[in-house]
Design a protein. Structure first.
Length: 394
């Protein structure tokens, strides 16, 4: 499992966050030491065979254009009139051999090892993560020279991939922007080849071109990091200001000039007061962490309560949940909910926040609680969608 600690060690921990993140690209070589890959060719074959993944979720891309689904699939219709495109192996292979690249978006939603790696990276960067899988067989660039509107962490899994990196041509370009960046000119800033186990960090807006020109089939994962810009901060500030009757009131569109001026003066004063609070960024960051729904999953067969069975295995589904101590109690906040527990529960919560699956027996032992008491805590978190039973159910 690639958890938060593993990502931190590979990327460089706090030094990376302070000096490299958002500012420069970084290549981290595996140096021959690779951990089990979260996705293999066998996994990919099974995913395509077992799921109805149609464009744009699964697509083939060549020279920056999406290959028509009819070029590698046939339309199937069942007796109830439900239709879908089913990939045909010979045509699918043919398009890939001709130079197309295979893309599966949000593969973290359908493959557990990738989902766990994404949760670990989310805990490290403290922002939502989506993972796409890319497979290529030729030197042809499947997407041309392009830029992404979010930072990415690339993990090379199989074969090798050449990355030509050109850097940004517009400062902090965004998905919603007033103008598009101009295409880069001249030679790339970096020309690198990733091999199995290598990691690449690339800030948003950095132009790049990618090809499998080393004579081997290439498979890699791209972890896309949700942006948290000043626009997101201002949106949160607007929600905070809804506590103000002035902000909730109608704008005096039909008022006198004096009334309109006075209204703007009050709004300005209240907004500046909020911005002058030295804790405002910390409060915004806490809101981002504790309100994000995470990666919810069911806990079947348990519908109402988790039974006090030692082998029940639980895992946090909100990777940015927080445990806080105050006034003789411990608060757990995650997935948009908050719970207050006795201080004795803190070790159990800290063990869960580690992100790994853990048995009810270990949770109880860590906090010196009974199985029943541990089950009650876990039931509260499962009911609030911050955790899930992931094994050991009878």
């Amino acid at each position: 499992m690639i958890d938060s600690a593993s990502w931190a060690e590979r990327l460089g921990g706090e030094t990376f966050l302070a000096q490299t993140c958002f500012h420069a690209h970084k290549v981290i070589r595996s140096n021959g030491t690779t951990s089990p890959a979260p996705l293999t060719w066998d996994d990919l074959n099974e995913i395509v065979a077992a799921h109805r993944l149609e464009p744009p979720r699964m697509r083939l891309s060549r020279a920056g254009e999406v290959v028509p689904v009819t070029a590698y699939s046939i339309l199937r219709t069942n007796r109830r009139g439900v239709s879908w495109y089913q990939p045909q192996p010979a045509e699918f292979h043919g398009r890939l051999a001709e130079g197309a690249s295979l893309v599966i978006d949000a593969i973290d939603q359908i493959h557990t090892p990738v989902r766990e790696a994404a949760a670990g990276l989310e805990a490290f960067f403290r922002t939502a993560v989506q993972v796409n899988a890319y497979a290529s067989w030729t030197a042809e660039e499947g997407f041309g020279t392009h830029w992404d509107d979010h930072d990415v962490v690339v993990l090379q899994l199989e074969g090798s991939k050449r990355w030509k990196i050109y850097g940004p041509t517009r400062q902090a370009p965004a998905w919603r922007d007033l103008e598009a960046p101009e295409a880069p000119t001249g030679e790339p800033l970096a020309d690198i080849v990733l091999t199995p186990g290598d990691v690449l960090y690339l800030p948003r807006g950095w132009w790049h071109a990618v090809s499998a020109d080393q004579g081997t089939a290439s498979l890699h994962l791209t972890f896309g990091l949700a942006t948290q810009t000043g626009a997101e901060l201002l949106g949160w500030l607007c929600d905070e200001l809804r506590a103000s009757s002035t902000v909730r009131a109608d704008v005096p569109r039909f008022g006198t000039a004096t009334e309109r001026h006075d209204y703007l003066s009050v709004v300005q004063k209240e907004l500046l007061a909020l911005l002058e609070d030295p804790s405002v960024l910390s409060r915004w960051e806490r809101s981002l962490d504790t309100t994000h729904p995470g990666r919810p999953r069911l806990s079947l067969p348990h519908l109402a309560a988790v039974p006090p069975e030692p082998g029940i295995t639980v895992q946090l589904t909100a990777p940015r949940a927080q445990v806080e101590h105050a006034d003789g109690v411990v608060t757990f906040a995650g997935a948009g909910n908050e719970w207050t527990f006795a201080v004795a529960v803190a070790p159990l919560l800290r063990l869960l926040v580690g992100g790994r699956p853990v048995t009810l027996a270990d949770l109880a032992a860590e906090s010196h609680l009974t199985l029943g008491q541990a089950a009650e805590v876990v039931t509260a978190l499962v009911t609030g969608q911050a955790a899930a039973v992931v094994g050991g159910s009878t």
